[in-house]
Design a protein around this ligand. Sequence first.
Ligand code: SAH
Ligand code: DHB
Ligand code: MG
Length: 234
Amino acid sequence: MATEYRHRKVYVMRKSYAQSNLEIADYVEQTFVPEDTVLISARERAKAEGLPEIQVCSMDALHLEMLVRISGAKKLVEVGTLAGYSGIALMRGAGSGGKLVTLEKDPQCVTVARENFKAAGLSECVEVIEGDALSSLDRIAPDGPFDLVFIDADKGNYANYFDWATKNLKKGGMIIGDNCFAFGTIHQKKFDHPNSKKVAEQLDAFNVAVARHPDFRATMLPTGEGMLVGMKVD
Ligand code: SAH
Ligand code: DHB
Ligand code: MG
């Protein structure tokens, strides 16, 4: 895990809401208070276990909850669980009758996430599936169609996860993608590292695929990280 996240300091620094104006960001957080004790302890448990602090920021967790509430989605899929922080937010939006299947390849993350979901009182309605997300998606497809898919795992597979979503979301179903500004590099022509070029190209391919798909309407919410929101339409 360590090598995969070697740039994470930079990512976390950039992961702020209204990053262009930190005082407005502070104002918003103090006003809307996006984290309660359950979310704070989920984040702290992850940190204590040594997991990378790459969960969505607290305001994005609130955005996720609100997007689920607004859409009325009940059958949710998340690709990339980490420690369950965003999953808890999604499930708050889904409320009673909500079900989340969340996919995670890292066994330590799976263990911590299950503890966090349990502490949040969500064990009954959240299933954490360990393994490579593409294979897990194949296996859960017969349980669909789903109401909402949140994509937040390996950037190289975002386009493949979207391809799955085109077939396994119901009409009116929603796709949400995190990090769609590619950590601030999505527009760049020149890159310091070959890997950041690759990540920017992969996320651009995803953005373009959703934006141009004839069955989808989509936009980019200008969160710190860029949150793509799309809906499967007629
Ligand atoms: N959604 C989480 C953050 C996810 S971070 C939150 O905001 O709280 C990305 C996660 O995706 C990491 O835990 C990583 O282990 C997982 N991941 C990366 N590639 C994966 C793959 N191919 N299959 C399943 N999980 C993957
Ligand atoms: C990374 C992944 C994320 O989903 C994120 O929000 C930040 C960083 C990463 O792979 O380092
Ligand atoms: Mg992310």
